[in-house]
Ligand binder design. Structure first.
Ligand code: CU
Length: 464
C-alpha cells in the first residue's frame, strides 16, 4: 500500500480509525519541540532544541589500537558490530549464521529480514594482509544459500557462486570457507544463491582488509557505511524482494535517519569513509557537506595519489565500493546523505498526488462534512509533513526526518551526520554542535535590511 492508497482507503473505508489514530498521534507529538505547532516568531536562540539526539543505539567508541604494531587503526562501522575471531593453529576462525530475524530500521519501523548473526548488514569482517581466515557459515534460512566474497582474489572454489563454484548450502548445514587475505582493500560479502530474494532481504556485509603499513597518509578515523534500499509497504512486516524500481526505505548500515549513529571526528583530523553498495537495484550519489574529499580507492584497490580527484559527491554503483578521505577544517554538524531526493524520504513520501499550488480552501470544508479529519496535503510543498499530526499506518514512520537542534530535520532515510568537534575524543557524540554567537543564519533585522539597501517588498524580478 502506498500513501495515496492509504489516504483513499483510510479516509473512505475507515474514517473512524483515522480519527482515532490522529488523536493518538496528536497526544504523542503534542509536546514535541520544533513541530508545526511551535511558535514561529521567537528569536533563533530560543528555538534551539537542547535535547540530544539519542535515537540511535550508542555504540562503543571507535578503537584506535593499531591492527598490528605500527599498522593502521581498525575500521568502525556505525550501528554494526564486528565478526569475532578465534585463533586456531594460526588461522582466524569466524562463524556466520544466516537466518531470518526482526530488524529495526528506526523506532516505529521493523521488518522480518534475512541477515548474518542477526544483523543486516552482517558484522564487519576485518583482517590484515597475510591473515588466513576460515569462516564457517551455518544456514538457518528456509532455502539454500552461499556466500560470495566480493572483490577478494581467492581460490576459485571459495568464490561462492551457487552451482558454479560450489553446491549451495542446504538449510540446517554448515559449510566452511578458507580465505587467504592477499590484498588490502575494502570488499563486501553477500549471498550468491537466489540473490534477488536474499540480497533484497538483507544478506549483505562489508569486509575490510588492512595493509600491514598504512598506504597513503595515516587516517585518524576509519568508518564503513553500507547503503541499502528496501520495499516495505506500510502495515506489512516483510521487505518485498520482488520490487524492481519503487523502493521506499533507504538505509546506511541498516538504519534510517535519525537512527543512524553519527560519525564523530576532530578538527584537523583525516577521516576515511568506505562506502559499499549492495542495494538490489540503485546506485547512490553520496554527498558530504562542508568538505572536499578525494576518492582514494574502490573494491578493486587503491588509487595512486596523483590519480585521485576532488569531489563533494560520489556515485556508488550497485556492487561497488568508493573510499573517500578528507580533512575537517570547520567544526559543526555536517550532513552526509544520498542526493537522490526520494532516498532521504520514507515510505509515505512517495507516489502522492501533486497538490503544490492547489487552493484547497473551498474543497476541504466540503470533504470534511463527510470525513471530519480530511486535510489536503502538500499544497504549499511538503517540508513540514514529517511533523504533521498525520495518521500513519502501523509499522511505518514519518515520511522523513527527525528532531534537529533548530527545528525538524526534513531528511530521513539514507542520511547521517559527520560531527566535527575540537575535542572529538571527549565530546558527547549525541550532542548537537554549539555554534558561536552570531554564526547561524537568522532573520534579518529592519536595520540590517535598511543598511544593506534590501527591500523585501520591492519587485525583485529585475535581473540587472
Ligand atoms: Cu540513493
Amino acid at each position: 500500500m502506498n500513501r495515496r492508497d492509504f489516504l483513499v482507503t483510510g479516509a473512505l473505508a475507515g474514517a473512524a480509525l483515522v480519527a482515532e489514530r490522529a488523536q493518538a498521534q496528536h497526544a504523542g507529538h503534542g509536546a514535541q519541540p520544533g513541530d508545526a505547532a511551535a511558535p514561529r516568531e521567537r528569536a533563533p536562540d530560543a528555538t534551539r532544541i537542547e535535547q540530544s539526539d539519542r535515537s540511535w543505539v550508542p555504540a562503543q567508541r571507535p578503537d584506535r589500537t593499531p591492527v598490528v604494531p605500527g599498522g593502521p587503526i581498525p575500521a568502525h562501522m556505525p550501528n554494526v558490530g564486528k565478526l569475532p575471531w578465534r585463533i586456531v593453529g594460526g588461522v582466524k576462525v569466524g562463524h556466520l549464521v544466516v537466518e531470518p530475524f526482526d530488524h529495526e530500521f528506526a523506532p516505529g519501523l521493523r521488518a522480518r529480514c534475512w541477515g548474518y548473526n542477526r544483523s543486516t548488514p552482517g558484522p564487519l569482517i576485518e583482517g590484515v594482509v597475510g591473515d588466513r581466515v576460515r569462516v564457517f557459515v551455518t544456514n538457518r534460512l528456509p532455502e539454500p544459500t552461499t556466500i560470495h566474497w566480493h572483490g577478494l582474489v581467492l581460490p576459485n572454489g571459495m568464490d561462492g557462486v551457487s552451482g558454479l563454484n560450489q553446491r549451495p548450502i542446504p538449510p540446517g548445514e554448515t559449510y566452511k570457507y578458507e580465505l587467504p587475505l592477499r590484498d588490502a582493500g575494502t570488499f563486501m560479502y553477500h549471498s550468491h544463491h537466489d540473490e534477488m530474494t536474499q540480497i533484497a532481504l538483507g544478506c549483505v556485509g562489508m569486509f575490510v582488509v588492512h595493509p600491514r603499513r598504512p598506504i597513503g597518509p595515516r587516517v585518524d578515523n576509519d568508518f564503513v557505511l553500507m547503503t541499502h534500499e528496501w520495499r516495505i509497504d506500510p502495515g506489512t512486516g516483510r521487505p518485498d524482494p520482488n520490487e524492481m524500481l519503487d523502493f521506499n526505505v533507504f538505509t546506511f548500515n541498516g538504519k534510517a535517519f535519525p537512527s543512524t549513529e553519527p560519525m564523530l571526528v576532530g578538527v584537523g583530523e583525516r577521516t576515511r569513509i568506505r562506502i559499499g553498495n549492495l542495494s538490489p537495484m540503485t546506485s547512490h550519489p553520496i554527498h558530504l557537506h562542508g568538505h572536499h574529499f578525494r576518492i582514494t580507492g574502490t573494491d578493486g584497490g587503491f588509487i595512486p595519489e596523483g590519480a585521485q580527484w576532488p569531489e563533494t559527491t560520489t556515485i556508488v554503483p550497485v556492487g561497488a565500493v568508493r573510499v573517500i578521505e578528507f580533512v575537517s577544517t570547520e567544526p559543526g554538524d555536517w550532513a552526509i546523505h544520498c542526493h537522490m531526493t526520494h532516498h532521504v524520504m520514507m515510505q509515505m513520501g512517495h507516489d502522492i498526488s501533486n497538490m503544490v499550488g492547489v487552493d484547497a480552501g473551498e474543497v476541504d470544508p466540503r470533504v470534511r462534512r463527510v470525513i471530519p479529519e480530511y486535510m489536503s496535503m502538500g499544497t504549499t510543498g511538503m517540508g513540514e509533513m514529517g511533523t504533521m499530526d498525520m495518521p500513519l499506518p502501523p509499522n511505518s514512520i514519518p515520511m522523513r526526518g527527525g528532531p534537529g537542534p533548530f527545528s525538524y530535520i526534513d531528511m530521513g532515510g539514507m542520511m547521517t551526520i559527520v560531527k566535527v568537534r575540537e575535542n572529538a575524543r571527549t565530546a558527547d557524540p549525541a550532542a548537537w554542535y554549539q555554534h558561536p554567537r552570531g554564526a547561524v543564519s537568522e532573520r534579518a533585522t529592519a536595520a540590517e535590511l535598511r543598511d544593506n539597501g534590501i527591500d523585501p517588498d520591492r519587485d525583485t524580478r529585475r535581473t540587472d
